[in-house]
Design a protein around this ligand. Structure first.
Ligand code: HEC
Ligand code: HEC
Ligand code: HEC
Ligand code: HEC
Ligand code: HEC
Ligand code: HEC
Length: 265
């Protein structure tokens, strides 16, 4: 009974908070579209289609840290301002997509080459996606079928997939990453929701560090020198700050209240 009450409370609060945060109710993205970033600072103006980058294909192979710290992609759509020249010189997408680097012994297809727009059109279109690509959708279903499922987002339990060794993430790229000194991992801790009846949150430093390292969160998202030093509320999170930087666009979405609010009072 108490459980049902919490669910009802969550649903009520959830929708009112969503609107309070100024959110217009958006159509829920399809499982295969969740985590897609459309990059278009320069493509359309160069007569090409915008680039569609899918997180699922990439996060099943590499850690967040590798891309967002070592390769230095911003965690905000279009903020990196990637150019064709950057890619051709081996930065950003070109760190991997250069026709030489390998993944599982297969060379990874190369990125931009404006001189060969006509002859290499098929390759250009793998990223500069002109229309819906039924192959990407098929690939997604074939891939996700083998993994533990979840209700929201990509409908894949990424956490379980990793814990059970069904995906193995690469965290180091020759020539780009530097060998790191392992930082001591902080203890898991409870975050008090401060509202009666709302279950507290258990935050796992260890699990987050597996994917994110330390630098994706500290100091940009959380100063993190001392627990409690960053003040924020659920409204901030719904607005895409703090936990909401990742939970809402790439990691499981905020709809899954109970995924975070787990500690029954
Ligand atoms: C292969 C590289 C790669 C990996 C791995 C990766 N990302 Fe990203 N991520 C990107 C790129 C590229 C962008 C878009 C940057 C831009 O447009 O400037 C992005 C954007 C984002 C954004 C902003 C999305 C938006 O809609 O504004 C978030 C949040 C994010 N990533 C989180 C993550 C998390 C969490 C993980 C690990 C689970 C992860 N990323 C793994 C490359 C990667
Ligand atoms: C850390 C390495 C890495 C980085 C960085 C990276 N990719 Fe990939 N990407 C891969 C690998 C590996 C594959 C799968 C191998 C293949 O298909 O050749 C892949 C596949 C793809 C695919 C084909 C998947 C599909 O669903 O059709 C697209 C499109 C793509 N990447 C776009 C991008 C874009 C755009 C960027 C930069 C914003 C980028 N990638 C950055 C490693 C990377
Ligand atoms: C691995 C993914 C990938 C592939 C393959 C790819 N591009 Fe790009 N390209 C990008 C990304 C990411 C951008 C930045 C998009 C933006 O902001 O509009 C970009 C931007 C561009 C631009 C914009 C102008 C500029 O100077 O930055 C041109 C022109 C371009 N690419 C040409 C090509 C051509 C021609 C091909 C095929 C030979 C190609 N690209 C293949 C990822 C790719
Ligand atoms: C997903 C984001 C995330 C990642 C990744 C992460 N942290 Fe944190 N860290 C937090 C949050 C949230 C807090 C609490 C901040 C607050 O309450 O102001 C915190 C707090 C801390 C604190 C203060 C602890 C205390 O008890 O006062 C330290 C030290 C810390 N982190 C170190 C690390 C180190 C070292 C790593 C990598 C091994 C790491 N963090 C990875 C989110 C993260
Ligand atoms: C830098 C990105 C990032 C930030 C910031 C972040 N997370 Fe996560 N979190 C992830 C990723 C990636 C996963 C793996 C599961 C997934 O992708 O759906 C995850 C998983 C979790 C899980 C499930 C794992 C577990 O411990 O059982 C919880 C709960 C969670 N996050 C809570 C939080 C809370 C609370 C905050 C803010 C204090 C937060 N996260 C901030 C990226 C992030
Ligand atoms: C990614 C993890 C995460 C998810 C998912 C999540 N929350 Fe929270 N929530 C938090 C954190 C962290 C706090 C604590 C903020 C603080 O320190 O006050 C919080 C606090 C709250 C509070 C206390 C008041 C406030 O504004 O801080 C309420 C109410 C709440 N959440 C409701 C919800 C509802 C309803 C949902 C689902 C629609 C939800 N939360 C989903 C992490 C999450």
């Amino acid at each position: 009974m108490r459980g049902i009450l919490f669910v009802l409370l969550f649903l009520l609060l959830g929708s009112s908070l969503l609107f309070a945060a100024g959110g217009v109710k958006k159509k829920r993205p399809r499982a295969y579209d969740y985590g897609r970033v459309v990059i278009n600072n320069f493509s359309t103006s160069s007569g090409l289609s915008p680039v569609a980058f899918d997180h699922w294909t990439h996060r099943s192979k590499y850690t967040c840290r590798l891309c967002h710290v070592d390769i230095a992609f911003e965690m905000k759509a279009n903020a990196t301002e990637i150019s064709a020249a950057d890619n051709m010189q081996g930065y950003y997408c070109g760190s991997c997509h250069n026709g030489i680097s390998r993944y599982r012994d297969q060379p990874i297809f190369a990125s931009c080459d404006p001189a060969k727009k006509k002859t290499d059109a098929a390759r250009c279109q793998r990223c500069h996606l002109s229309e819906k690509d039924p192959q990407r959708k098929k690939d997604f279903y074939a891939f996700s079928k083998k993994l533990p499922s979840e209700r929201f987002g990509n409908k894949i339990s990424w956490e379980q997939a990793e814990a059970r060794g069904l995906i193995k993430l690469i965290d180091y790229l020759e020539g780009i990453s530097v060998k790191q000194i392992a930082m001591p991992i902080q203890k898991d801790f409870a975050i008090n929701a401060k509202v009666e009846g709302i279950p507290d949150i258990i935050f796992s430093h260890r699990k987050h560090t597996d994917w994110n390292g330390c630098e994706t969160c500290h100091p940009d998202i959380f100063v993190g020198v001392k627990k409690g030093s960053t003040k924020y509320t659920m409204i901030d999170i719904f607005a895409g700050k703090y936990c909401g930087v990742c939970h809402g666009s790439v990691a499981f979405p905020l709809k899954g209240c109970q995924r975070c609010h787990t500690e029954q009072p």
